[in-house]
Design a protein around this ligand. Structure first.
Ligand code: PLP
Length: 474
């Protein structure tokens, strides 16, 4: 049968009315019924659903009901330049309109990805001049391990496969990155790759063995590395991966000299040093990269994400040394290609966001702000130690944490179902500050635009929140 002819002049259906206000109840239900949230306790979620954050400007975010909060976690340690930067949005819109996407495989490229690679090489320690792009922190770490294995295969050392990581490290949640991750509860009932990763002890000054001072503790950790290498054999170990300051694992600052000494041992055994600067990069510790400036290390690889684009668009990057690139950048044989990468490696819109983000970081001297306000934040938070539940306040600059304990003398923890971290975060949020609960810990990792006044306001709220929590736990 002939199809019904459609007249050119057929009336165009009227567009659906644009809602002028967000329907909070509908969104809340849709979210609860359809959105599988990462890292979420579904026993709570099924009952209570989620909190919808709808707006953000500077250091503040706002929920769907119009409640305004100070953002104490920079989104998820990532919105380093703060929220609502119209010029980043504009740079992304211009790039998306001009050319939203094209491949970077097979010798194709785009201007923002090229410019960003050159900019990163300019900012990075002198020996890191090559950039491999990914989509975030997990894929940066995952891609790095593939590249490192490939590197040693190409050098005729195919047995160098084992990766040394650390207990309580967080490196992401792809299968491989989750295997690098050393936070046990993160892999609870999940599988990890067998035989790939050996986890060394984390550097935890607060819970170090009784009777050791900081220097002895450092010796102890370095000795453990040496013993592990002796046991596994340097010929079987490819690399060591470490966050300069362990983030999600509890903002653990290693003893003085730890990273440089670990690097010295690794170098002597031809084991690569991978610095996971997904959190520490782009200003959180007062420098664009912390490895060399703060910890006096020269990693073979530095991995980046989060602050690289301040979370305005997904992006990850692996900074590769000249020495590695000499091998990676040489074909395996005639027609051989470096056959790894992602559809969105070097995504033009993400790279445009990152370029503008870096321009803002530099123009507004946000690293200098962190170097100035960071120690003030450390001191202000340290005053909270007087609360009976605060066992430790630690961290550096804009990467801080409170460890809640049931007994300060024994450092005993509250039972898990006391949900002490959640309680503190809830009390803080009721008073207008969002901080992050991680088990019995609370993380404070603000946007880099916090001032001393913001610190005063936030710490006053935390003071009340901790008092209310102690009261509720009595
Ligand atoms: N590495 C570190 C140190 C991180 O803190 C994170 C995320 O928090 C990741 C890697 C994983 O990054 P992503 O969530 O972007 O995959």
């Amino acid at each position: 049968r002939p199809s019904t002819p459609v007249a050119d002049t057929a009336p165009v259906p009227a567009p659906a009315p644009v809602p002028t206000t967000l329907d909070a109840e509908t969104l809340w239900r849709q979210d609860r019924d359809h959105f599988v949230h990462p890292f979420t306790d579904f026993s709570v979620f099924h009952d209570k659903g989620c909190e919808l954050i709808t707006d953000a400007e500077g250091i503040h975010v706002q929920d769907i009901h119009g409640n305004r909060f100070i953002d104490g976690i920079a989104g998820l340690w990532c919105v380093n330049v703060g929220h609502g930067r119209a010029e980043i949005g504009q740079a992304m819109a211009e790039q998306a309109t001009r050319m939203a996407y094209f491949s970077t495989f097979n010798n194709l490229s785009n201007a923002p990805a090229t410019r960003l690679a050159a900019k990163l090489a300019e900012l990075a320690p002198a020996h890191l001049n090559h950039v491999f792009y990914s989509c975030g922190g997990s894929t940066a770490n995952d891609a790095t391990i593939r590249l490192v294995h490939y590197y040693f295969n190409r050098l005729g050392k195919p047995n160098k496969k084992r990766i040394l990581s650390r207990h309580n490290a967080y490196h992401g949640t792809t299968y491989l990155a989750a295997s690098l991750t050393g936070i046990e509860s993160n892999n609870w009932e999940f599988d990890t790759l067998d035989g790939l990763v050996t986890h060394l002890s984390e550097a935890n000054l607060y819970r170090r063995p009784e009777g050791m001072d900081e220097a002895q503790y450092c010796d102890h950790l370095v000795a453990e590395l040496e013993a592990t290498i002796a046991e596994i054999g340097a010929d079987n170990i490819a690399a060591f991966i470490a966050e300069p300051i362990m983030g999600a694992g509890g903002v653990l600052v290693a003893p003085r000299g730890y990273h440089a000494r670990m690097q010295e041992v690794l170098r002597a055994h031809d084991i690569l040093y991978i610095a996971d600067e997904v959190v520490t990069g782009f200003g959180r510790l007062g420098h664009i990269f912390a490895s060399e400036a703060v910890f006096d290390t020269q990693p073979d690889v530095i991995n980046l994400a989060k602050g690289l684009s301040s979370g305005y668009a997904p992006l990850g990057a692996t900074l590769i040394s000249d020495r590695l690139y000499e091998v990676l950048g040489t074909p395996q044989g005639k027609g051989g290609v470096l056959s790894t990468g992602f559809t969105y490696s070097g995504h033009p819109v993400s790279c445009a966001a990152a370029l503008k983000n870096i321009e803002i970081l530099e123009r507004e001297e946000l690293c200098a702000n962190v170097r100035e306000v960071g120690p003030y934040l450390e001191q202000a938070l340290a005053t909270l130690s007087r609360h009976p539940t605060v066992g430790d306040v630690r961290g550096s600059h804009f990467m801080m944490c409170i460890e809640n304990v049931a007994d300060k003398d024994t450092k005993a923890l509250f039972p898990v179902d006391a949900r002490v971290g959640d309680r503190v975060a809830f009390e803080a949020q009721q008073r207008g500050l969002i901080i992050r609960p991680v088990g019995h810990l609370n993380v404070i990792s603000p946007p880099l635009i916090w001032t001393r006044d913001t610190v005063d306001e936030a710490v006053a709220i935390l003071d009340e929140a901790l008092a209310a929590t102690a009261e509720s736990l009595r």
